[in-house]
Write a new protein. Structure first.
Length: 254
């Protein structure tokens, strides 16, 4: 187990955004969280990634050196270090996960510098290597993200997150808002990276086809609660809950 989520609840006033959500994630496993807008997917992602404190429940992570720890019992400094090392977070809007005023190479190298790397040649070499790995033109290493397309910015954000070799990556609608052809190429890239790096990942998406391509397992959310979970193909091919049946029939059927 790399991540354990136990009865996590978050309320806005009297209204629960998520309620009693529990699941475990294993090393190298990709979990998709699906549901319609307002189902609580992004709130859940923010809570389990330490970006928002839940009102109840626990989120435990298997650290490299100290065993399993509740992330909200960690200090703020410990959580920041975790976010720069063992975790990555890919935003729906890449502009939120990039520094738009610095070069592509600096965006990737910055995470290495945060861990103490100071050798310019090694930093630049690692940045160039990761730009190539996410299928970007290495010749554009000194250009600003402002000159890139949306798909290229998303690839750059992925490179920025993976350069420190995290063990767990959170992704919030990583292909949303992109052209269909760009989405397809990005999904292929994400599938190969998660497989080749044995990454554990939690991916929030409303795109069931993307979930089928990327995820080993799936949870379906409605009104802040998990209504169904299981192996991705099993859930999509033989949905049991009426809401999941409606979701699948409305999205996957011609």
């Amino acid at each position: 187990m790399i991540l354990q989520v136990d009865k996590v609840t978050k309320r806005y006033g009297l209204r629960p955004a998520i309620e009693d959500v529990s699941f475990s994630l294993w090393p190298g496993e990709v979990l998709a969280v699906v549901g319609e807008s307002g189902s609580g997917k992004t709130t859940l992602l923010n809570c389990i990634s330490g970006r928002m404190k839940p009102d109840g429940g626990a989120v435990r992570f298997a650290t490299r050196h100290e065993g399993v720890k509740d992330i909200f019992s960690m200090s703020e400094a410990e959580r920041r270090l975790l976010a720069r090392t063992d975790w990555g977070y890919v935003h729906q809007r890449p502009e939120e996960g990039l520094r738009m005023e610095v070069s592509a190479g600096a965006n990737v190298g910055e995470r290495l510098m945060a861990l103490g790397e100071r050798h310019y040649g090694r930093i630049r070499g690692a940045a160039a290597d990761w730009l190539a790995r996410v299928e970007m033109d290495v010749q554009r290493i000194d250009e600003s993200p402002e000159t890139f397309s949306g798909g290229m910015r998303q690839r750059l954000q992925i490179a920025r997150n993976l350069v420190t070799r995290p063990r767990l990556v959170f992704m919030d609608e990583p292909t949303s808002g992109l052209d269909v052809s760009v989405q397809a190429r990005l999904l292929d890239l994400l599938r190969s990276l998660t497989r080749d790096l044995s990454l554990a990942a939690v991916i929030v998406t409303h795109d069931l086809a993307a979930a089928r391509l990327l995820a080993h397992r799936m949870i379906v959310m409605k009104s802040g609660r998990v209504v169904e979970e299981g192996l991705t193909d099993q859930v999509l091919d033989d949905p049991q809950h009426p809401y999941t049946q409606l979701l699948v029939s409305s999205v996957l059927q011609p």
